[in-house]
Design a protein around this ligand. Structure first.
Ligand SMILES: Cc1ncc(COP(=O)(O)O)c(C=O)c1O
Length: 462
């Protein structure tokens, strides 16, 4: 009887997986024929999902069919080649296929005893990432959901260490009554660092903001006098301009006063992979902690954030967990490096992505996307529009005239659906952002998108 039940549940699984596979491939094939943003009717059809909790079970394959029927049309085609919003990478073939296998394995990556393969691959990818980013391989780290979580994890390690140097055990005594820590950030700090500072109990009012230049880089000649054991947050890759803070100068200044320097390098740090762009990240290797994302430029599927910390003991002290039943082994335990306990095994897809790219593939990915960003800037400039940033990596800011005109061009570009670009306000000027972050973007995608943007901008301005 049990044998029969097992056989039929295997059949159900096989059928559902088969449907999912077929529908996934059809989805990918259709990407270049559909609008990047879903139609209003596709979004409206999501109402189909709103039903009372079903009393009866459904056949798994039919559940997948329904998910595809109403879910797929309402997705944003960000895995295609013409999505340029936010900083969103696609999914490399090896990462997508590995995620299929990894989901089948369904490993909990929290402790080695729960998944030797997840624990081992995590160590492998952390060393590879240190190598790629030019960070000392002795750093400790972990895989988290996103750069925001990686910023938080780094700042929690910094907090632990800086307070310990002041004779304060934050794990035991909390933040109430703790010695004050001075926090310094640039004026163009990413919102996620401010959120992480809030979460770590530093408070935004205490933060000193250093003036930045026209590209959003901290002005090294405006660095304030620093108290001993402060926390300094710098940026590798501004979300708008792609610019880099002068890390070498800042680290030298900060370390003279024993400050902890944290780098938010959500996407920009990956410029280190390319000999052509490596100079931009020079000096960032001197910092004390780094936050980045593999789901951005390296094109690993969501979610895949990374935290790296020079002082391994500080990270462990801030993050470790113990309980009688958890039985940590004698080797490195993923649980002791990040805020999560149970978690998906992100290292599997990251390993697959990096293994499939190799150094050469990663260099090509970085350099190709940067070249496409320059092509966008050149084409838009030739058409008479203002490029607001120095296009140093893969980010372009374009203004089509007044704020109103730029917003209207953006609205129509999004409605047209050839490509998708978001907006921003850069130092008081409304702009459209073009972020070329996907491995899937081709020269043809760039030319098609550029032509659509220019056509729409001409229509709006006449
Ligand atoms: C510089 C920078 N920091 C942090 C983040 C936040 O990344 P996430 O959404 O993965 O937390 C971003 C997102 O674009 C970013 O560009």
């Amino acid at each position: 009887m049990a044998k029969q039940a097992k056989a039929s549940s295997d059949d159900l699984t096989a059928e559902a997986l088969h449907v999912a596979e077929e529908r996934s491939l059809a989805y990918l094939r259709n990407l270049s024929h559909r609008k990047v943003y879903p139609s209003d009717s596709a979004v409206a059809a999501l109402a189909q999902f709103h039903e009372p909790f079903p009393e009866q079970p459904s056949h798994p394959a039919n559940v997948i069919r329904r998910l595809d029927e109403f879910g797929s049309p309402a997705t944003v085609a960000s895995v295609g080649g013409r999505y340029f919003g936010f900083v969103i990478g696609g999914t490399l073939p090896a990462a997508l296929a590995a995620s299929r296998l990894a989901n089948t394995w369904d490993q909990n990556a929290v402790f080695r005893v729960m998944s030797p393969v997840a624990a081992e691959l995590e160590e492998v990818v952390l060393r590879w990432v240190c190598d790629i980013l030019g960070i000392p391989e002795s750093c400790e780290g972990g895989l988290v959901t996103c750069a925001t979580a990686a910023n938080f994890t780094s700042l929690a390690a910094a907090r632990h260490e800086l307070l310990a140097r002041n004779g304060w055990d934050v794990a035991a005594d909390g933040m109430f009554g703790a010695p004050a820590i001075e926090v310094v950030v640039g004026e163009e700090v990413h919102a996620s660092v401010l959120k992480a500072l809030n979460l770590a109990g530093f408070g935004q009012k205490r933060v000193t903001q250093v003036p930045t230049d026209s590209q959003g880089r901290v002005r090294a000649n405006k660095l304030p006098k620093l108290k001993k054991n402060s926390l300094v947050c710098i940026q590798a890759g501004n979300v708008n301009t792609g610019s880099f803070d002068p890390a070498g100068e800042i680290c030298a200044w900060a370390h003279e006063r024993d400050a902890w320097v944290h780098v938010d390098g959500a996407f920009g740090l990956w410029a280190a992979a390319s000999p052509k762009y490596r100079h931009l990240v020079s000096g960032f290797e001197l910092a004390d902690s780094w936050a980045t994302d593999a789901h951005k430029w390296p094109n690993v599927n969501y979610d895949c954030g990374l935290v790296l910390v020079r002082n391994a003991a500080a990270l462990r002290a801030a993050m470790s967990i113990s309980a009688a039943y958890l039985q940590p082994g004698s080797q490195r335990e993923p649980a002791n490096q990040t805020p999560d306990a149970s978690r998906r095994a992100r290292a599997i897809e990251l390993w697959a992505a990096l293994k499939s790219l190799g150094r050469q593939g990663l260099v090509e990915l970085v350099e190709r996307t940067c070249a496409y960003a320059r092509r966008f800037a050149e084409g838009l400039r030739e058409a008479g529009y203002d490029i607001l940033n120095d296009v140093v990596i893969n980010q372009v800011l374009v203004s089509f005239g007044s704020a109103e005109i730029t917003r209207e061009v953006m609205r129509r570009v999004q409605e047209d659906g050839t490509c998708w670009c978001g907006g921003t306000v850069w130092q008081g000027k409304t702009a459209m952002r073009i972020s070329v972050s996907s491995w899937a973007t081709t020269e043809e995608d760039v030319e098609l998108s550029l032509a659509a943007i220019c056509r729409i901008a001409r229509q709006v301005r006449t």
